[in-house]
Design a protein around this ligand. Structure first.
Ligand code: SF4
Ligand code: SF4
Length: 141
């Protein structure tokens, strides 16, 4: 397996101007993504792969599926009063016809990108761009 696909050594924005730009862009992102998606500012946005539900709201911050402790009623093992984030992601992905995206392995989170602007990280090619459109399979429509 290509290890470069599993994680990145990128050290995030380091130059002063890039850090300043990241701060400004992150402020803009926060205005939209925090109230709408509950963004946790991971800097490596997966929203388009997780049916537009932020997987980082999982208390274990899992990026590649549930922990295995999801309760029979679909609730989280850590916060039993809430639905498991991944349970919600799978349900919505099926509804939107985007469940094929859940088959891809997401990279291990680079914590150096935490609290940086995901939009800037896309523009600077630190992270891949979002997948906006997915072809629906015939049996899913
Ligand atoms: S995946 Fe990361 S950047 Fe995207 S909404 Fe969730 S915490 Fe924010
Ligand atoms: S049950 Fe779901 S939301 Fe809760 S910790 Fe496990 S994967 Fe995360």
């Amino acid at each position: 397996m290509n290890r470069n696909r599993l994680f990145t050594h990128d050290r995030g924005p380091r130059k002063f101007w890039e850090r300043a730009l990241s701060f400004v862009m992150l402020t803009g992102e926060n205005c939209f993504k925090v109230p709408v998606f509950g963004c946790q500012r991971c800097g490596e946005c997966l929203l388009s792969h997780t049916a537009f539900i932020c997987c980082q709201r999982c208390p274990k911050r899992l990026r590649n599926g549930p922990c295995g402790g999801t309760r029979d009623n679909g609730h989280c093992e850590v916060f039993p009063e809430r639905f498991c984030v991944w349970y919600r992601i799978h349900r919505r992905a099926r509804f939107l016809g985007r469940n094929t995206l859940l088959n891809s392995t997401e990279r291990i989170h680079n914590w150096k990108l935490e609290k940086t602007s995901a939009w800037l990280n896309v523009f600077t090619r630190r992270i891949p761009p979002p997948t906006l459109f997915v072809k629906r399979r015939r049996h899913e429509s």
